[in-house]
Design a protein around this ligand. Sequence first.
Ligand code: TRP
Length: 348
Amino acid sequence: MSLESFEASVERSNAIKADFALHPQNYRMLTGDRPTGRLHLGHYFGSIKNRVYLQDLGVQTNILIADYQVITDRDTTEHIQDNVYNMVLDYLAAGVDPEKTTIYVHSQIPACNQLMLPFLSLVSEAELLRNPTVKAEQEASGHELTGLLLTYPVHQACDILFCKANIVPVGKDQLPHIELTRLIARKFNNRYGKVFPEPEGILSDAIEIPGLDGRKMSKSYGNSIMLGASAEETEKLIKKSQTDAERKIYYDKENRPGVSALLTTASLCSGVSVEDIADEIGEAGSGALKAYVIRAVNTFLEPHRQRRNELSKDMDYIKDVIHDGNNRARKVADETLNEVLEAMGMVY
Ligand code: TRP
């Protein structure tokens, strides 16, 4: 994606953010996660918190669990059911209200997946090969470039367009997929008549949530604080995080990634600024900082854990939430597919 179009996306994203509170009814949000593991604090501060905020403002909210995307760069679906159930537990514990928000799993929505056929006809091989995120994912995973890895951004366009979402909160890495979705919507509308909106990517304010080692918080780095971890597990993880021997605690992302990540984590969880936390610890060293972080994280996560525990006693309810979301999504997808087929004259 060019710098110019990136800047244009940021500008549009900011203008829309300012309008959310004024005209929530004008927006339909869709966003989603791959069920490759458990959700962590990075997911919470990077996106889930914002989803709940939009939901409570009155924006129409949809959360997609992208199970087919799990096999874009891995050869197994091991644990997928468990991961899906646990994601829903975390969503609900974090404040997602299944009455207001449609939570669904895209493998269960045939009409959404069928959009893949006409959509594939709207993109060229060159456009697919150019996608920087696909390239990065392929390199990071070492997986071969399968047909699905190459074309999953088109499938993501199906996820977004089947419900005619006009806003998609995403991280920067997902912007190329939003660009492609806009292109597909535009081309379809030009060729067959207007069916789809051109959705906007909404960039999250939380720039990047550091993991305990200062790198981006990611399941694959083993540096993540899981929302569902116990207080003891969380304490252990924070205790063994890498810091340094300097007694004075201050923020320096470049030279002290471990200390700085701990400060940011404590700040996000406690609402106290990084500077105030550093001042409070002063010359007391990493041990004191870790004790502060453990307290901040565990205090913050305690109510989440309690709700999660409560919810997990009734897994039938969790399944009902998914089934109900799937039913709602199927209805919407069937309507959109009918419109698409009608626009294309494929009515017999
Ligand atoms: N690709 C996203 C991720 O890896 C998940 C996803 C799938 C998604 N379909 C989507 C996000 C549609 C936003 C909109 O996190």
